[in-house]
Design a protein around this ligand. Sequence first.
Ligand SMILES: NC(=O)c1ccc[n+]([C@@H]2O[C@H](COP(=O)([O-])OP(=O)(O)OC[C@H]3O[C@@H](n4cnc5c(N)ncnc54)[C@H](OP(=O)(O)O)[C@@H]3O)[C@@H](O)[C@H]2O)c1
Length: 253
Amino acid sequence: MSQFSNQVVVVTGGTKGIGKGIVDYFAVENANVVFVGRDQKQGAQLVEHYKKQDKHVVFFQGDLTDRQSQQELVTFIYNAYGRLDVLCCCAGIYPSTTMDKITESEWDAVLNTNLKSVFFTIKGFLPLMKEQNYGRVVLMSSITGPFTGYPGWTHYGASKAAMLGFMRSAALEFVSHNVTINAVLPGNILTESLLDQGEDYIKAVAQAIPTGKLGTPHDIARAVAFFASQDASFITGQTLVVDGGQLLPEGVL
Ligand SMILES: NC(=O)c1ccc[n+]([C@@H]2O[C@H](COP(=O)([O-])OP(=O)(O)OC[C@H]3O[C@@H](n4cnc5c(N)ncnc54)[C@H](OP(=O)(O)O)[C@@H]3O)[C@@H](O)[C@H]2O)c1
């Protein structure tokens, strides 16, 4: 029996990409998985897929930048399960726009989705995690921001680095309640959105990675599962880079 069997796992941004891989990981481990996103059609399709496999996967449709939606999510989890073991904050956006063209509304959208909504989602679940004296929070940061930069991602990089600043103080606030908070920092991960960029783009990205290939959503899911596991019970406020060695080279490979 898996250590995650019957645990309640919430994955924000589970309708596609990395989040979808995380949903799949915990579904296979027989957890009670609730994933969050705005895309009703995609959410319903995934639920149908797991229903056929006899897995407990539920879709909660909501926009996490909307405070009411966040509160409804917390109420839903409280009423349906009465507990929450793992909260993985994976929802994020990364529009590519150079600084001269970033409008205030785009800056706000990136920071609201990637940072503010993470803060308020965790804040919303904190009373429940304190009450049960248990919780594993895993953030989805990035190598972009904390370690690297890329033209077009000033706002995105800022949001992903700020997330780590938040995490370190939160870790100290949560520690007496047996709640850990850690972050996974993915490199380039092959998702549906990236596939849309075409084969040439993916080949070029792969050349910058020492392993010669992009990561998969499951590579990231395994890192999330580590932080969510008993093996990581003495780890909090830490980061794990999952990038196929992309950060290591001193120059062009
Ligand atoms: N892919 C990479 O190489 C990479 C590298 C480093 C870090 N990351 C990080 O990993 C996370 C996932 O990236 P991805 O590439 O898998 O992205 P993606 O394929 O575009 O998926 C993003 C997910 O976030 C959800 N989402 C976005 N805004 C939302 C909102 N306001 N409310 C609720 N859900 C929202 C989307 O759901 P709906 O569309 O249904 O709302 C979707 O499920 C992001 O935080 C990203 O910054 C990705």
